[in-house]
Design a protein around this ligand. Sequence first.
Ligand SMILES: [Zn+2]
Length: 110
Amino acid sequence: MDFHLDTLLNFPNVTVEQCIQEAGEIFLTLRLLNDAADCPHCGKTTEKLHQSRPVLLRDLSIFGQATHLKVPRRQFYCRSYQRYFTESLPYVDKGRQYTFRYKEYIYQQV
Ligand SMILES: [Zn+2]
């Protein structure tokens, strides 16, 4: 959507599709640009997307406004391993509701 937002966000293979400001908070809807993921079991790349559901991640505030990212969490299927796996994203721990840099920021406050 916006080149400058993508640059500021600074995540690989991601573009900001929508930016909503609501009740003093910011919600960015992200779109992933890669069509494939590497299987964590055998390392092979697969494009076989099984399902995708959005999760809301807390990220660093923008201009003092709490910021949330709506990120698609995608499950792929690996033919060699015959299993589903969740795509790993370099900016969030599996199952967490916040980004790495948000966690770091919180730790620095303590
Ligand atoms: Zn595999």
